[in-house]
Design a protein around this ligand. Structure first.
Ligand SMILES: *Cc1c(COP(=O)(O)O)cnc(C)c1O
Length: 461
């Protein structure tokens, strides 16, 4: 082996002072980039030993720099970072569901250091986490009490464990949902220690089915909202309005897992079929469960509202501590609830704004953006057209909203490849592909994100 060849390899110090590498040091820190440099040199040394690389000193330097930049790119892509959601799916679970309102973002920042998380400022005594939200929930929904945990899956498990462990809970066979990931209702029952008592069939269940399933072991009747699917055709279901009185006649609890958790009636913007928290409580549900990051438009969390005595049992469960929310979630949720109470939800909650954004505003935004791109000599072909967006996130599974799109095409580049470039670009842009074209949906591109999107498009080729 010719030892001289190894002396042609660049030294770490030389790599670190290279003009391409210096900005990486500023971004990732010297020791991390030095680590990548050593890995690059090792890799090149290995290739020299194997005889698969024949390069002189300057070529080796170029290769080493490339390898360091590749590692930096990989580290950058693996980072949690802001993206532009141009998919048209408003509640995209993979993209963090509901975007927070400005006031909620500010509240998160303000609470990030010391805060009165479990402290009563008036008395100086310890007070339970989440007390800050109790009166907000009461004012907003008319509930007696509230408890917030990490997500709705945790809320379901906690509820079943705390109020029905060792007892039976009656559920319709048409409502034994899988949400995705490992959340399947029968498995959640298993973990909770409550016994699942199935009634009805996949497509039909009657009140009498529930009634005949009630026995000495029954603790509750549970309704679960079919959030991410619809059973259509020859169907029958029992709503909470009938289920709650039946439960109460037999001295049982009525539990309503409504999933998407709207506190606003969305039928005034043309979206029907989603249960509201207020309706469920008024219909007599003893506990109502939902996610905070779906139609409420807040941070990830699971909310349980209902009877004070039951909520107290949830709080006493050993699982309560395991499922508790942190101060950042609490801050974002408090701000979100205050916006709902102020009557300005349609203007300030991004999700509701996007849901209700009028056609002509979407068209105007799409056309203006396309014009700007042409003026900036964007190398892509752009065409503005009508399309449809989806709500997503396990709500309104069959509803689509009319929207305006920009279709992108690039010469000699497939739609998949263009979408990949956008996804790994700066900032990352998530688009959707249809009929071999890349589509950008303006309903999910947040107002004010156009300059970022422009930057991404102009540097994509
Ligand atoms: C979304 C959903 C869940 C799960 O909620 P996460 O907050 O994602 O855990 C449970 N039940 C229903 C009906 C849902 O729609």
């Amino acid at each position: 082996m010719n030892e001289n060849r190894f002396r042609q390899l660049p030294a770490v110090d030389k790599l670190l002072s290279h003009e391409t590498i210096e900005p990486l040091i500023a971004e990732f820190g010297r020791s991390r980039v030095a680590h990548w440099s050593r890995r690059s040199i090792d890799l090149l040394r290995g290739e020299l030993v194997d005889g698969i690389l024949h390069a002189d000193r300057s070529e080796l330097l170029v290769r080493a720099i490339e390898l360091i930049v590749d590692q930096a790119c990989e580290a950058g892509l693996d980072r949690l970072s802001p993206v532009v959601n141009a998919t048209g799916v408003l509640l995209h679970t993979n993209l963090g569901r509901a975007p927070l309102a400005d006031r909620a973002v500010e509240a998160v920042q303000a609470a990030a250091r010391y805060t009165n998380l479990e402290m009563d400022l008036a008395s100086g005594e310890r007070r339970y986490r989440g007390y800050q939200l109790e009166s907000l929930w009461r004012e907003l929904t008319g509930c007696e009490a509230a408890f917030v945990v990490n997500n709705c899956a945790a809320a379901t498990l906690l509820t079943l464990q705390a109020v029905a462990r060792g007892k039976e809970v009656v559920v319709s066979r048409g409502q034994l949902i899988e949400i995705g990931g490992s959340y399947r209702l029968p498995d959640v029952f298993q973990e909770s220690g409550a016994v699942l008592r199935e009634v009805g069939t996949t497509n039909r269940v009657r009140l009498s089915d529930y009634e005949s399933a009630i026995g000495p072991e029954t603790a509750a009747l549970l309704r679960v909202h079919a959030s991410n699917y619809r059973v259509v055709g020859f169907t029958a279901s029992v709503e909470i309005d009938e289920l709650a009185p039946l439960a109460h006649r037999h001295g049982l609890l009525a539990i309503d897992d409504i999933g998407s958790g709207s506190v606003t009636d969305l039928s005034r913007i043309g979206l029907t079929g989603e249960p509201t928290v207020g309706h469920s409580l008024a219909a007599g549900a003893d506990l109502v469960l939902f996610s905070g990051d779906k139609l409420l438009g807040g941070p990830q969390c699971g909310v349980v509202l209902g009877k004070a005595e039951l909520i107290a049992r949830l709080k006493r469960s050993p699982l309560a501590r395991a499922f508790r929310i942190d101060k950042l979630t609490l801050a974002a949720l408090q701000a979100t609830l205050e916006i709902h109470l102020s009557g300005r939800a349609m203007e300030e909650i991004p999700l509701l704004r996007q849901l209700s954004m009028p056609q002509d505003e979407l068209e105007q935004r799409a056309r203006r953006f396309a014009q700007d791109m042409v003026q900036s000599r964007c190398p892509l072909q752009l065409s503005v057209e009508k399309g449809e967006s989806a709500v997503g996130g396990g709500s309104l599974p069959t509803a689509t909203l009319p929207t305006w799109l920009i279709a992108l095409k690039a010469e000699r580049i497939s739609a998949e490849s263009l979408a990949r470039r956008l996804r790994t670009g700066n900032p990352p842009v998530l688009a959707r592909i249809q009929a071999d074209r890349v589509l950008l949906d303006f309903r999910t591109i947040l107002p004010g994100q156009e300059p970022l999107l422009g930057q991404a498009l102009l540097s994509v080729l």
